[in-house]
Structure formats: C-alpha cells, structure tokens
Design a protein. Structure first.
Length: 262
C-alpha cells in the first residue's frame, strides 16, 4: 500500500516518527507521500528533508487553504524552490475550505489559482483539499488546471461531485472517512469511482479510521481503509491495493523519482 497523503511533521509525532514509519512498513506500506503544509514554509522544508532522508518517503509542498491569509512572498519563493527538488512530487495541499473559512474565500481562491500555476510550471500534480466548496473548486480547476493531473484528497463529496472532478481529469483519494457508517455519500462515491482513478490515504494524524476513530491517526492504519473500501467495491483488498498503488505511482510519477521502487 502507499499512503498517498500523510503529515509526518515533528510537531505531530515528535520523536516517534521513526517508530511510526517502522509500524507502517511492518503493516505493508511501501511508500508515503508526506504533505508539507503549515508553519509558513516550515512544514514544506521539513517534508522535503524527510523525503531526502527516507528512501520510501516523498514530499509535497505548498500552503493549506487555512493558512493562505498568512502566506508571504518569501513563503511562495520557498515553495517554488522546493518544487524543483527531486523527491518533491506534488504541490499542495491547496484548495478551498469554506467549512472552517479560516481565510477569506477570495484569498483562498487566489492562492488556489497560484498553486495550480506553480504546479504547472514545475510539472507536478496538484493536491487539492476541498471542504464545502466543491462547485467553486471545480470551477477553478476547470479554468486553471486543464490537462494538469491532480488529486482531490480526502474526498468528502458524493457521486455527483465525484463525477465532476473525474470529468476534469482529477483522481479521488479516499481516507478513513469511508470506514464511518454515517458517511453514506462518500461511501457511495467510493464505490462508484473507476478503479483506475482512486487512491487511498490516512491524512495522519487526522481522521483515524474505525476502529481507531477519535484517536491519533498514523500510516499503519491505512489497512483499515483499504479493507473497508475493498468491501464497498466488492473486490479483494489485494486487488484494491494493487490498483491504488499503481494509481498513486502513476500520479506522482514515483518510479521516475526513485528507480528502486520500480
Ligand atoms: Zn492533509
């Protein structure tokens, strides 16, 4: 399995990161996409450093929609510089969050457009976080991201939203939310999306799947999401693992970044 979206910052896991990576490898995780957002450009720098140090970790860099009001030109210059680092494989997570609305909507939209432009310039896929903002996010992707590969991470919509993003050439990543019995919409979308267009992720340390729900999440728990998603789709976990692993490698071009993975 590949955890296509996790946060491995020291601020979340302290000195435990090595143990957490070891537990995940033991559970069958063969690669991690460590999303570096937060603390200005601090988390981006940290994610790139982890990816440089760990052979199975790759990084993305960018500004989370929550933090867009505090993004400075200096931060943007750092994201652009890090986008050229070999083991940095994507830009984000960027996008729109109207649920918390920590930054004004127009500021989030502007940063989303700028992040997509950065991804295009660097030749990297874009990682989108969208919460209660599917129509606006799809409109921005339609205007800015034609032909640019990307993923809607921790997908929270239903079948209609899934179809809109798929039509725009995006893939969908499913998190522990699919293990929540009350997430009917998301579970329907998870069963609907084509097998070659879906990824799995933990979004650790957030959104722990059942039976760890409510606790701190970590990449080893991705196996719970794999099992439930396979059940929803009526296929074996092994088949889903093979497909999502291949899809993740293709989106982030992991084999090109690290021949050892091929
Ligand atoms: Zn995240």
């Amino acid at each position: 399995m590949i955890d296509s979206h996790c946060h491995l910052d020291q601020s979340y896991f302290g000195e435990e990161r090595a143990a957490i990576l070891a537990r995940a490898r033991e559970a069958g995780v063969t690669a991690f996409v460590c999303v570096g957002v937060g603390r200005g450009s601090g988390a981006a720098e940290e994610a790139a450093a982890i990816a440089a140090a760990e052979p199975d970790v790759f990084a993305t860099v960018g500004v989370h929609p929550h933090d867009t009001a505090e993004a400075t030109e200096e931060h943007w210059a750092t994201y652009a510089r890090l986008a050229r680092v070999p083991r940095v494989v994507g830009i984000g997570e960027t996008g729109l969050d109207y649920h918390y609305e920590h930054a004004p909507r127009e500021v989030q939209q502007q940063a989303y457009r700028r992040s997509i432009a950065l991804a295009r310039a660097a030749g990297l896929p874009v990682v989108s976080h969208v919460r209660d903002a599917h129509a606006d996010a799809a409109a921005i992707l339609r205007e800015e991201a034609g032909g640019l590969p990307g993923v809607i991470h921790c997908f929270t919509g239903g079948v209609a939203e899934a179809r809109a993003y798929l039509d725009l050439g995006q893939v969908l990543s499913f998190s522990g939310i699919v293990t929540f019995k009350n997430a009917g919409n998301v579970r329907e979308a998870a069963a609907f999306a084509p097998l070659d267009r879906i990824l799995i992720e933990t979004d650790a340390p957030y959104l722990a799947p059942v039976p760890h729900r409510g606790g701190r999440n970590e990449p080893a728990y991705i196996v719970e999401t794999l099992k439930v998603l396979a059940g929803l789709r009526g296929i074996s976990p092994a088949e889903l693992d093979a497909a999502t692993t291949e899809n993740t490698r293709k989106l982030f071009r992991l084999a090109a970044r690290d021949p050892l993975l091929d």
